[in-house]
Ligand binder design. Structure first.
Ligand code: GLN
Length: 206
């Protein structure tokens, strides 16, 4: 298999954690690949797949407008490049975002994932929590979900598949080449979600 290049958007957030677990996933899959940090448009050229980390979506959105990566990312995702966004990465992918304080946030997002997302839907930093989740697509074994000022997916479009719910709230989705999770799979040692994503990347790159 030719080498897969996985990029982690490197403006802000838990970049290193995504790099580490992506490398682990590649190793566990026995795939030939490397993981790079993406900061500029030229970094996007070589990519087979992109990960958008958790952090602060308003900052990420503004920086990606400032250096114009938002346009190229959008283009590449629309052309089929697989992308996975976790927590604020999910918000960055969403077509609509609101929160309870200001309503529609009107923050810059890629808008490629047909979902409405509520920011900070579980409350503030001190309301962060961990819980075992069912994510059938990656296997029967529970997945440890780490939620930090996490969003909830409140509405999904017709082409969006729900991958996981917590109680009645949607917390993981997929729309073709696009995956979004409200929690942080990069903050566990369980690489199954990253493996699932990287398999999609491998398929799209053949
Ligand atoms: N609340 C953050 C935001 O809106 C997301 C938090 C996170 O990524 N841990 O971007």
């Amino acid at each position: 298999m030719r080498e897969l290049v996985i990029g982690v958007l490197g403006f802000q957030g838990d970049i290193e954690e995504h790099i580490t677990i992506s490398k682990l996933a590649l190793k566990e899959l026995q795939f030939n690949g490397r993981v790079i940090i993406v900061k500029k448009n030229c970094d996007l050229e070589a990519l087979n797949g992109l990960i958008i980390p958790g952090g602060e979506s308003t900052v990420m959105g503004r920086l990606s407008i400032f250096n114009q990566t938002i346009t190229i990312m959008k283009e590449k995702i629309r052309e089929g490049m697989p992308v996975m966004g976790t927590c604020s990465g999910l918000i960055m992918l969403a077509s609509r975002v609101y929160d309870r304080v200001v309503g529609e946030t009107n923050q810059p997002t890629l808008g490629v994932l047909d979902v409405v997302v509520e920011r900070n839907a579980f409350g503030r930093q001190r309301e962060s929590f961990e819980v075992d989740l069912d994510i059938p697509i990656i296997g029967e074994k529970k997945f440890r979900g780490v939620f930090i000022r996490a969003p909830i997916v409140r509405e999904v479009g017709p082409n969006v598949q729900v991958l996981s719910k917590l109680n009645d709230s949607i917390i993981a989705v997929q729309q073709g080449n696009i995956i979004g999770t409200a929690f942080h799979p990069e903050l566990t040692n369980d690489s199954r979600l990253h493996q699932y994503f990287i398999k999609i990347v491998a398929e799209a790159s053949t």
